[in-house]
Ligand binder design. Sequence first.
Ligand code: GLP
Length: 251
Amino acid sequence: MKILFSKTAHDAGISAARVFADVLKKKPNAVVGLATGSSPIGMYDELTEMTKRGEISFRDVHSVNLDEYVGLTPEHDQSYNYFMHKNLFDRVDIKAENTNLPSGIAKDPTAECKRYDALIASMGGIDIQVLGIGNNGHIGFNEPADAFTKGTTLVNLTDSTIDANSRFFASRDLVPTRAISMGVGQIMKAKRILLIALGKGKAEILERALFGDVTPRVPASILQFAEDVTVCADEDALSVILEKHPEAVTR
Ligand code: GLP
């Protein structure tokens, strides 16, 4: 595992974009696993700039997103579909038909999970999977639980996640209580994983995830077993790691 230090969130976005761009340069038709949340926004901004400068292209790229809220239409401004269009898809040369997210409005969410699993399998696996980390250690929407999820799952969101995400909605009761999320097993199959963590609020959980026990109570802790993980984080998110394991951080 590589833990790359950045002084600021802006620099961490640039550092993450370099890791991501390297994959596209080596494999222009890569399958990329994408994430939402505030953490990857800086990376998406930089990838947009790199595309404008002609350094990379998404022309032959296929994407699969980690998750989507159940009950939100793709046009809803808090849906992850909307987020992806605004922050990346509408700004780069990716083909709309090559982008994929679970549908939040599928009549049968369980069937939608199966469809998504089959889709990922048919794409031949994920070359790079981008992740943020939730305050409780979740990845995608895989919440702390007794066991790691395997494939795409219909999840009940925890109170802490609903609280954390209520900042984006007019009121807490408008936050969806369920989501469809790629499973931890699928995330672990990605050839490369890029985890982005920003801000003081992530410092404790990031240290527990990367150095604590591997347990489904901290879903991101499974990344300790992944083959190829790069963590791009700012100084604030790294503060506990810098204190306890300074030797693990690359400056
Ligand atoms: C949401 C998403 C996660 C994301 C997490 C952290 O719950 N489902 O994929 O990693 O929030 O978000 P942020 O990056 O805004 O802290």
